[in-house]
Design a protein around this ligand. Structure first.
Ligand code: CA
Length: 224
């Protein structure tokens, strides 16, 4: 796990680096906003701890520019205790959480761990193999190419991906579909038909919809 720490206070930065390393992170330290931007462009990180008051380029600007091309990288901002404005601006600019200085290390550790858990859970429910999904726009991609999916196909895939590795029953599928419009009432064999269509659309995605006889279906990584 790679973590970027952007903090200009050298003593605080040293202590934080040491603590994050003890938590198991590989830590890169940026002493100013320009270095932070350089490192963000050059390297992949799993998390950013970002001081707002940074020389060269301030933390808010680093965050705004980051969010233009990366909406999901978890960012925890550090703000001065008296600066409510910074906190609000930070959250508006796309921070996931904030911590006010001075803070206790156990509190920082708890926040970092909570963010990592949230980020992992989100990622796991959005991706498998070469398949990825954006629920906000109801779209799914294989190798980055958007799939053409009817509302019912999307809901079926969403259900499978959310429960990846676990069996979903025909009843669960029909329940999800009951909210869909424009595709008529599902026939008795509709589930089989849609599963068949989805399998074809997912070719090359390195995922498989497995039939679990008598129970239902599950989505898993293709076995090679
Ligand atoms: Ca500072």
């Amino acid at each position: 796990m790679n973590l970027l720490l952007a903090e200009d206070d050298a003593i605080l930065a040293d202590a934080l680096c040491e603590q994050m390393r003890a938590m198991g992170f590989d830590v890169e330290h940026a002493p100013n906003g320009a270095v932070a931007q350089y490192l963000l462009a050059k390297q992949a990180f799993d998390m950013v701890v970002l001081d707002i008051g940074l020389p060269m380029v301030d933390g808010l600007e680093v965050l705004r520019q980051l969010r233009q091309h990366d909406a999901s990288l978890p960012v925890l901002i550090l703000t001065a205790m008296d600066s409510l404005e910074d906190r609000v601006a930070g959250l508006n600019a796309g921070a996931d959480d904030y911590l006010t200085k001075p803070f206790d290390f156990p509190e920082l550790e708890a926040r970092v761990r909570a963010l990592m858990r949230r980020s992992r859970a989100l990622k796991a429910s959005n991706e498998l193999g070469q398949l990825s999904m954006q629920r906000e726009t109801r779209s799914a991609q294989v190798h980055g190419e958007t799939l053409e999916l009817s509302p019912r196909e999307f809901d079926l895939l969403d259900l499978l991906l959310t429960h990846q590795g676990r069996v979903i029953t025909k009843e669960q599928i029909n329940q999800v579909w009951s909210g869909d419009r424009g595709e008529g009432v599902a026939a008795n064999n509709a589930v089989e038909v849609y599963i068949h269509r989805l399998r074809r659309k997912l070719e090359g995605a390195q995922v498989a919809i497995r039939t679990v006889r008598g129970l239902g279906y599950l989505l898993e990584l293709e076995r090679s």
